[in-house]
Design a binder for this molecule. Sequence first.
Ligand code: PLP
Length: 368
Amino acid sequence: MIPITKVVVPEGARALVQEVLESGSLAQGVMVERFEHACAAMAGTEHAVAVSNGTVAIVAMLQAAGIGPGMEVITSPFTFAATLNAILEVGATAVFGDIDDDFNLDPASVDRALSERTAAVLAVHLYGQCARMEEIESVVAGRGVDLFEDAAQAHGAARLGRNAGGLGRAGTFSFYATKTLFAGEGGCVTTNDRELADELRVLRNQGMRARYEYLVPGYNWRLTDLAAALAIPQFADLPSLFERRNQNAEYFRARLEHLPQLSLPSVTTGNTHGWHQFTMAVRSAECAYTRDEVVERLNAAGVGAGVYYPRAVYDYACYREHPRVVISDTPRADAAGAHVFSIPVHQHLSDVEREQVAEAVVASVEGS
Ligand SMILES: *Cc1c(COP(=O)(O)O)cnc(C)c1O
């Protein structure tokens, strides 16, 4: 099976983990500080605050910004559940726009979702491609609405020359095992807002500024130095990792673009795609097989194809019945959920493997 993600621990990480083991400082120590510097450099922001995972990063970001009960947060209906769970966790109400060709929040749909209770927009940079933040910014201009990024899948991606994580008031990254850069579990918030970063550091550590000096009731959102040590060497690999993912994406485009059965990923002008996933949609009018059948055929051929995500994020009873989830029509997110699938595009694919993947995709959608 050619897997859709492959965890390869870089050689340099072993030495750093060993260093942590011998240092006697296992959490919120020197390695976490180094990790934060690397995160800030990646996002092009002045500050990065490490936390225990990407979901906590969103919760922390929203809470530090004062987002809570009675406030509405507009987000994408086509995302991982963590985005929605984080909004609900801080007590805010989730409102949805719809998506565009690039699977990201459509700025025009944000306009339709605005109300006098809108406090923030949380855009998601899905599959490694940035949402059109500058257009969302003009839609909400002058309304006192904060702009946030869920960049869990967008390490090193850029839009109009600025990096993901630095396109709004603050952004979050995940370092979960299957993300482009990984720590096992890990997260961070990136921002140019000094006060927000300060608030995050206090909240992260039980609300303490100095030892036993409590300013607010806080949490334990800290990251371990072991996790930070695993991730640190990977930042240096970002350019080569991107180059390879980009080559793989170009290769798939060249091999698959003649197929009427598929609609290939749309890259929005001005975006540097991070290719966290290479995600296509099955065009049901042209294809003899359903999306699920195509994925089964790919899996049977040894290609680890996956579906991210099979439904709009709110389309489960626990959210549909939730008093703080505002359901609206999201035809484009519904269609994406029914038709998308992703194939391996990661940097560890060999030339032979990517050829096998392309051939399997062709064979899985053709014929009847
Ligand atoms: C992975 C992911 C998260 C959550 O990150 P964790 O580290 O798994 O908590 C949030 N949003 C999106 C879009 C993700 O893909």
